[in-house]
Design a protein around this ligand. Structure first.
Ligand code: C5P
Length: 242
């Protein structure tokens, strides 16, 4: 039996090269997955086809395209994302308070037009590929990565966004700074039995759940497994729900 509360938290990263591969993942895993995440790679390759396919299955989709531009452009793009049917999307908090506010305004107006509830809008704070050295030496930003990430999370909250994308390691600090209702979506999830791949700040699904993660991004731990359904079942098991 699938625990619906857990299913709602599971976001599967469709990081694949072809429409066929993405479709296969949606077909196999939709009973276990609350939301399918369409990132830049898939979106720029097969965006419309895969979105229509996910929608035809009545599954949710998260458009992970990390918007950042002038506020008016982001507002218009946010409207289109909602009109396209996304249940989630994200923006860079580094785009600033006004940009985030306008994004929300555009998204809410579009949702109202459709008679739907607004999507969840998450902010990306500091990309995990940006190290302290990059901040110091390349970008000349005089800040600690963690402090900057917390400040950007607070700014996203001030703009009225729903939450942020962050590793399980930052989860508690963000909830403490922004409140328990502020959503945190956590990538870098690795069950005990899976490879780390290139992820550095990882956590198990059970740990993420225990620390209060609202959503868990599951990628290669399942998508690269020899038996993907079995891998997904093992993740549910690890979370103590099968
Ligand atoms: O395969 P894996 O579980 O590492 O996939 C992680 C997914 O989460 C990818 O789609 C990646 O883009 C995304 N992500 C991440 N780290 C972040 C933000 C997003 O790995 N800080």
């Amino acid at each position: 039996m699938i625990d619906e509360k857990i299913k709602e938290k599971i976001v599967l990263a469709l990081d694949v090269e072809t429409f066929e591969q993405a479709k296969e993942l949606v077909d196999e895993l939709s009973p276990y997955v609350g939301t399918f995440k369409v990132g830049l790679q898939l979106y720029t390759g097969f965006g419309n086809e895969i979105i229509d396919y996910i929608k035809s299955k009545n599954s949710n989709f998260f458009l992970d395209v990390k918007l950042m531009d002038i506020p008016n452009t982001v507002k218009k793009a946010s409207e289109n994302i909602v009109l396209r049917g996304a249940n989630f999307y994200n923006v860079h908090a580094l785009g600033g308070l006004e940009m985030m506010k306008q994004s929300k305004e555009g998204a809410c107006a579009a949702a109202q037009k459709l008679g739907k509830k607004p999507p969840l809008i998450l902010a990306v704070t500091v990309l995990t590929s940006i190290s302290q050295e990059v901040l110091d030496d390349e970008l000349k930003v005089n800040a600690e990565v963690k402090g900057l990430a917390i400040n950007l999370a607070k700014l996203a909250k001030q703009a009225g966004l729903d939450g942020v994308v962050a590793s399980v390691h930052e989860l508690r600090a963000i909830k403490e700074a922004c409140g328990e209702d502020f959503k945190v979506l956590c990538p870098g999830i690795r069950p005990l039995w899976s490879l780390k791949d290139d992820q550095k700040r990882i956590a198990t699904p059970a740990q993420a759940l225990k620390d209060g993660a609202d959503y868990l991004v599951i990628g290669r731990a399942v998508t690269s497994a020899p038996d993907r359904v079995e891998a997904m079942k093992k993740i549910y098991e690890e979370m103590g729900v099968i």
